[in-house]
Design a protein around this ligand. Structure first.
Ligand SMILES: NC(=O)c1ccc[n+]([C@@H]2O[C@H](COP(=O)([O-])OP(=O)(O)OC[C@H]3O[C@@H](n4cnc5c(N)ncnc54)[C@H](OP(=O)(O)O)[C@@H]3O)[C@@H](O)[C@H]2O)c1
Length: 268
């Protein structure tokens, strides 16, 4: 398969992670153009840079345009790329909250659009991206999105677009919940008497190790939890608190519902 021609609009944390993933996967740097208002200093060799849509080399016809700017600037940024809308170009958006209908309004009816939500472990190729295909998206566009997103982790597709908002609340924002859990575990350890730096080291290694164990093991999270829980033991004592009626489950339910709602609000 020939290397895809890609236009990356916004080379920040997420766009940059994907870009490094593609190059690492063998996508030809000479087929990639990056649009960023300010020069990016650490781009892989061979990638062309443009400061805006008008500066894209004439004749560059991308197979895929990755829209990786902040949702708040999408309405101002996207229309400059409407000239690429047509059967030969797929627009892949990673912007939280921006619906396919909104993007279609900005890019025109002819635009083929995939809406997706990745997460930050993409930076180490251990992310997960949920995608939803817009009207007219067929097997070739799906396969191109699969190829490019799998460079930074797993890829899943949902049929109903509103599930992207819910995926945003679970996996898109999810890494932040896990980091907060780590902070809270360290703080609780310090409050219980450990020196703060030791508590921080213990909490960090525990969360990282548990994540790695879960990734490598074939067992689901519930089984892994039961594996470390002896009846009447120390873990059981803590889980009695965490799994109480007002414990972690209803708290996370509220947190996910709040993020889901915010994602829908960002649609504008
Ligand atoms: N980070 C996450 O966890 C995460 C997860 C899922 C989805 N996303 C989505 O990914 C998108 C990017 O987020 P991010 O965290 O990567 O943000 P970011 O680091 O701020 O990246 C956005 C980049 O776009 C650039 N930019 C601004 N105006 C532009 C324009 N007119 N043309 C081209 N580039 C322009 C910004 O440059 P300046 O900094 O110079 O303005 C910045 O480098 C967002 O839509 C977000 O919803 C992020």
């Amino acid at each position: 398969m020939p290397s895809p021609r890609i236009l990356l609009v916004g080379c920040g944390k997420m766009g940059g992670a994907l870009l490094r993933g593609w190059v690492g996967q063998g996508v030809a740097a000479s087929g990639i153009v990056v649009v960023e208002p300010n020069p990016v200093s650490d781009l892989p060799a061979g990638i062309m840079q443009a400061k805006d849509a008008a500066a894209i080399p004439a004749g560059f016809q991308p197979d895929l345009i990755l829209l990786a700017v902040k949702p708040q600037v999408m309405d101002a940024v996207a229309p400059a790329y409407a000239r690429f809308a047509g059967p030969d170009t797929c627009f892949l958006s990673v912007a939280a909250g921006k619906t396919i209908a909104t993007l279609q309004r900005l890019l025109g009816e002819a635009a083929l659009i995939v809406r997706s939500i990745p997460n930050t472990p993409a930076a180490i190729a251990q992310g997960i991206t949920a995608c939803c295909a817009g009207p007219g998206i067929g097997a070739p566009q799906r396969s191109l999105c699969d190829q490019l997103l799998s460079a930074v982790g797993e890829v899943v597709w949902v049929d109903r677009e509103e599930l992207i908002d819910t995926a945003t609340a679970v996996s898109g924002s999810g890494p932040a919940y896990v980091f907060l859990l780590t902070e809270c575990l360290a703080a609780a350890g310090a409050k219980a008497g450990l020196p703060l730096d030791l508590a921080t080291q213990l909490a960090r290694a525990t969360v990282a190790g548990a994540g790695a164990l879960m990734r490598q093991s074939g067992e689901d999270a519930g089984q892994l939890r039961r594996n470390v829980t002896s009846p009447n033991g120390t873990t059981q004592a803590a889980l009695d608190v965490l799994m109480a009626e007002n414990g972690l489950a209803p708290l996370l339910e509220r947190a996910v519902a709040a993020a889901d709602k915010r994602s829908r609000e960002l649609a504008g």
